[in-house]
Design a protein around this ligand. Structure first.
Ligand code: PLP
Length: 406
């Protein structure tokens, strides 16, 4: 049984007020709040254990290195990877996907080759592929979602042709909450010899992930949505793909020898981690993942499913609210517009006055907004520390917004 009230006490920020009202934080899709254990770990790392990693032979450098390196194993466990050497530590999903674009795709694709994407991708899983389109002439092939916001895995598989070299798809939409069957997509893509990159920025937050079971080649996550510090993250890269990848950023740490006429790179995965990393951020990220695993991702998923059902029912009952997408398999993310509300920003401003934090805008998902025929929406995105009472607070505030704007 998941005890939400006990869990809330782990997050100091949840007891503050905003505009004189108790904070109702429903912007978890943008970034999650941090439990005290993470805040303490970050403070301790700076106050007592800080030095650069991998370089010094002194006590503090060894200690910081040990703590930093232990995170690779924690991420491997969190993602169900077989080997921690398949984990590249980085600053988040954006860096992870760019690394794949420059380090793997640029090496293994040429003009006319195709990348299959869904229209539901976040810009972080679109723009790096546009770079390749601009620089190398690769072709982006788009797969639509249906009017409920479902992405049919077979439609993705059917889009794969003889020139397709990569499928890049999200595990969960950051706008509609749609969960994507990335295992089925991977099976179908692999049957045609095509690797699969999964953007796990949202998917890994709401349910247990096992990359071994999914079978995908790349799986990117971002620490700040997983209760960790911003500027932390990781990407799982299957051994075979890692062997095909060239370093993307050059500098210290990723190199064994540097001479005037040649260089010798470090072994993988270190050769994909150049320069001084986010040492303390990564240490905090490891503590955050341990925290989530102790709570139990399966328990988190079950509790959030309950919240999702309740929110779907209560928001669905508001006849002035237009929910964007009602996919069959949906996580705890709701996007909507209101009758009469000129802009999503007007709604979020009214909610903010009631202490309720939501996001308004296009959610870094331009092609999806075009597909849905809207320019902006409001998004309420839940976490395992949100409650049923907070859903009611949102519903009350939406009534107020409708009265004021409708
Ligand atoms: N992909 C998805 C689905 C996201 O929701 C986000 C963040 O909002 C990202 C990628 C980018 O993550 P980051 O900015 O942490 O690299």
């Amino acid at each position: 049984m998941f005890d939400v009230n006990a869990t809330r006490k782990d997050f100091p920020i949840l007891s503050r007020t905003v505009n004189g009202k108790p904070l109702v934080y429903l912007d978890n899709g943008a970034s999650s709040q941090k439990p005290q254990v993470v805040i303490d770990a970050v403070t301790k790392a700076y106050a007592e254990e800080y030095a650069n990693v991998h370089r010094g032979l002194h006590f503090l450098s060894n200690l910081a290195t040990e703590k930093y390196e232990s995170v690779r194993g924690i991420v491997a466990k969190f993602l169900g990877a077989r080997d921690e050497d398949e984990i590249v530590l980085n600053s988040g999903t954006t860096e992870g996907i760019n690394m794949v674009a420059y380090g793997w795709a640029m090496e293994n694709m040429s003009a006319g080759d195709e990348i299959v994407l869904s229209v539901m991708e976040h810009h972080a899983n679109i723009v790096p592929w546009h770079f390749l389109r601009e620089r190398c002439g690769v072709v982006l092939k788009w797969v639509d979602v249906d009017h409920h916001g479902n992405l049919d895995p077979q439609a993705v598989i059917d889009a794969i042709g003889p020139k397709t070299r990569l499928v890049a798809v999200t595990h969960m939409s950051n706008v509609l909450g749609t969960r994507v069957d990335v295992k089925a997509i991977t099976k179908g893509a692999h049957a045609q010899g095509v690797p699969v990159l999964v953007d796990g920025s949202q998917g890994a937050v709401h349910a247990p992930v096992n990359v071994d079971d999914i079978g995908c080649d790349f799986y990117a996550i971002t620490g700040h949505k997983l209760c960790g510090p911003s500027g932390s993250g990781a990407i799982f890269v299957k051994k075979e793909r890692m062997a095909e990848m060239r370093p993307f950023i050059g500098g210290g740490d990723m190199i064994k020898e540097v001479h005037k006429d040649h260089v010798i790179y470090n072994d993988a995965p270190m050769k994909f981690e150049a320069g001084t990393p986010g040492i303390v951020q990564t240490i905090g990220f490891g503590v955050a993942l341990d925290y989530l695993m102790t709570l139990g991702m399966d328990k988190i998923a079950a509790y959030e499913d309950q919240l999702t059902k309740e929110a779907a029912q209560k928001l669905g009952a508001l006849n002035f609210l237009h929910l964007q997408g009602q996919p069959n398999d949906k996580g705890a993310i709701f996007s909507f517009t209101l009758d009469g509300a000129g802009h999503a920003h007007d709604i979020s401003t009214i909610l903010d006055k009631r202490g309720i934090a939501v996001r308004a805008g296009q959610h870094c998902a331009g092609p999806l907004m075009d597909h849905m025929g809207i320019t902006a929406s409001c998004r309420a995105s839940f976490a395992f520390y949100n409650t049923s009472q907070e859903i009611d607070a949102l519903v009350d505030a939406l009534h107020l917004a409708h009265d004021l704007l409708g």
